[in-house]
Ligand binder design. Structure first.
Ligand code: 13P
Length: 287
């Protein structure tokens, strides 16, 4: 059931668990994530970066595929189709294409401009029933061309953005897209606690979910994180399972070259990763 992310995140914040955002790249990704959410009776957010949207030939294709798949698979758990790290123009494209949720990443603008653009998009999104995420500080590393220095968010700036009425707020707390380096200092729980103190009931978003140790995930949830984004980890699971299939020569046995067979181990591996994360985040049975 395609919905905005507003209600599921409100419930997650109250219930002290987090809803997973899993980024999609193609049909196999989408199907694996939707089936796992349904099987576990968990709400879910499908994240689409601008790069992945372009790869799938555009946001209209993505929205049409997700809507049809949701229907054809008989998915009854709440599913939000969400733009990840959207530009100003990208947000308007996704609104038009039929997404149910958008993220406007204005973190690279001076705070006044981030506020002005976020404020405009909050009004537009809410008038049409979409939820909206904003960002303060930045997420380190790189994701589909979005690069961040990883600076921790200023809690007062977080409050200013939260007061605009966004539905969820991504605050940089030392998190990074992709794998964490060996010398990573860990999440800044001081920053997270200060942001939570200033923003109250606002569901906070933890980007860079790949590779964050379980104890840190649990602590982050206890400090107000209600949405956790995972992208790279599903890619790595898919890659590992696909590599194994080919290295074992299975693509050369019988009709093992059939794409439905060739991509099946990778799709199953995505399901396993999504299940593991939903269990860790506490969203199982919360649909
Ligand atoms: P990872 O690729 O590190 O899991 O980050 C995902 C993310 O934050 C999407 O915005």
């Amino acid at each position: 059931m395609l919905v905005s992310a507003t209600e599921m995140l409100k419930k997650a914040k109250e219930g002290k668990y987090a809803v997973g955002q899993f980024n999609i790249n193609n049909l196999e990704w989408t199907k694996s994530i939707l089936l796992t959410a349904q099987e576990l009776n968990s709400p879910v957010i499908l994240g689409v970066s601008e790069g992945a949207g372009k790869y799938m030939t555009g946001f209209k294709t993505v929205a049409a595929m997700v809507k049809a798949m949701d229907e054809e698979l008989g998915i009854t758990v709440p599913v939000a189709l969400h733009l990840d790290h959207g530009s100003y123009e990208g947000c308007y494209k996704c609104i038009k294409a039929g997404f149910t949720s958008i993220m406007f990443d204005g973190s690279h603008y001076p705070i006044e401009e981030n506020i002005a653009k976020t404020s405009e998009l909050v009004n537009v999104a809410h008038n049409l029933g979409l939820s909206i995420e904003a960002e303060v500080g930045s997420i380190g590393g790189e994701e589909d061309g979005v690069v961040g220095a990883g600076e921790c968010a200023d809690p007062d700036e977080c409050k200013a953005i939260a007061d605009l009425g966004v539905d969820m707020l991504a605050a940089g707390i030392g998190n990074i897209h992709g794998k964490y380096p060996d010398n990573w200092a860990g999440l800044s729980f001081e920053t997270l606690a200060a942001v939570q103190e200033k923003t109250g009931i606002m569901p906070l978003v933890l980007h860079g979910g790949t590779g964050i140790p379980e104890d840190m995930i649990k602590k982050a949830i206890s400090l107000g994180v209600s949405k956790i984004n995972v992208n790279t980890e599903c890619q790595l699971s898919f890659q590992e399972a696909t590599r194994k299939y080919i290295e074992e020569g299975k693509d050369q046995q019988g009709k093992g070259f059939d794409p439905r067979k060739l991509l099946a181990p990778g799709a199953d591996a995505i399901k396993a990763t999504v299940k593991e994360k939903m269990e860790l985040f506490g969203s199982v049975g919360k649909a």
